[in-house]
Design a binder for this molecule. Structure first.
Ligand SMILES: Nc1ncnc2c1ncn2[C@@H]1O[C@H](COP(=O)(O)OP(=O)(O)O)[C@@H](O)[C@H]1O
Ligand SMILES: [Mg+2]
Length: 258
């Protein structure tokens, strides 16, 4: 796996499993990451790692610190302690560089309603320094699952699922190495949510590291490789989705919420 990746710009650690060295790529890494708002500790010494190709789903009740985590990786807010690294670089001191490797999909993808999907994609990829021809922009929108014909419609007429797809197209066009998503599927109908998960899987296959917050345990189990449960600014447990059934996960989640 690691031989096919562009090694040059990635930082990695090496550890040994049963005598064979395995490279662990730290695409998104939080180390003792801490954020306070006056008396409130929004995030308390969080350690978290997302490797290329992994989908890490952060679950937890409102106020647990999920959005704070995402915002620290994006450099929207500054930590009070610890570091958030993207592709080996500290976000706090390299926010311009780290943003180049990231794509972000919030609950409501902010697009210009009076522009078409294609024009929005052109605008946002332009901001990231790309100048794609129309054909290429259409290709990204199709790859993101936008129905044919929608590319030239104004975004004001799009469903939420379609706007999320434009968000994915932006991530594809940016060639982002990591994707941060904050409750991207809340409010999507089951089909749109399923389609969205399929897109995330595809991106993971292409070795994008994905960190997603969600309240949807079922979807997290379906799409995720790892689930982390947060509570009051702390990661209380992490689980591999392969090792637990949906029912087990729900039981564990509820146990931690007591
Ligand atoms: N800008 C802010 N000012 C003050 N407190 C905040 C701010 N942003 C978040 N918090 C607090 O930090 C904690 C974590 O919030 P957040 O990361 O948004 O949680 P989640 O996304 O898991 O619902 C909460 O107690 C919240 O009230
Ligand atoms: Mg939140």
């Amino acid at each position: 796996m690691s031989d096919k990746l562009p090694l040059v710009r990635l930082s990695f650690a090496t550890f040994v499993t049963e005598g064979s060295p395995t490279r662990l790529f730290r695409m998104l890494e939080a180390s003792k990451l801490t954020k306070r708002y006056n008396a409130v500790i929004a995030l308390d010494a969080l350690d978290l790692l997302v490797e290329p190709g992994q989908i890490y789903c952060l679950l937890g009740p409102n106020g647990a610190g999920k959005t704070t985590t995402i915002n620290l990786f994006l450099g929207f807010i500054r930590p009070d302690g610890g570091t958030a690294r993207v592709n080996g670089q500290d976000v706090a001191s390299h926010s311009v560089e780290t943003k180049k490797d990231l794509a972000y999909i919030p609950e409501q993808v902010n697009l210009y309603r009076s522009l078409t999907g294609l024009e929005n994609l052109e605008f946002f990829t332009g901001l990231a320094g790309h100048d794609y021809p129309r054909d290429k922009l259409l290709e990204f929108l199709l790859a993101a699952g936008l129905p044919g014909g929608a590319a030239d419609q104004r975004v004001g007429a799009y469903s939420k699922g379609m706007r999320q797809k434009v968000g994915i197209a932006i991530a594809l066009a940016k060639n982002a190495k990591a994707l941060l998503l904050d409750e991207p599927t809340s409010g999507l109908d089951p089909l749109a949510s399923y389609e969205f998960s399929q897109l995330l899987r595809q991106l993971a296959k292409e070795k994008v590291a994905i960190l997603m917050t969600t309240h949807d345990l079922f979807r997290a189990k379906e799409v995720g490789s790892v689930i982390g449960i947060m509570r009051r600014g702390t990661l209380v447990t992490t689980m591999s989705t392969e090792q637990f059934s949906h029912t087990d996960m729900e039981k564990i989640y509820l146990e931690y919420m007591k």
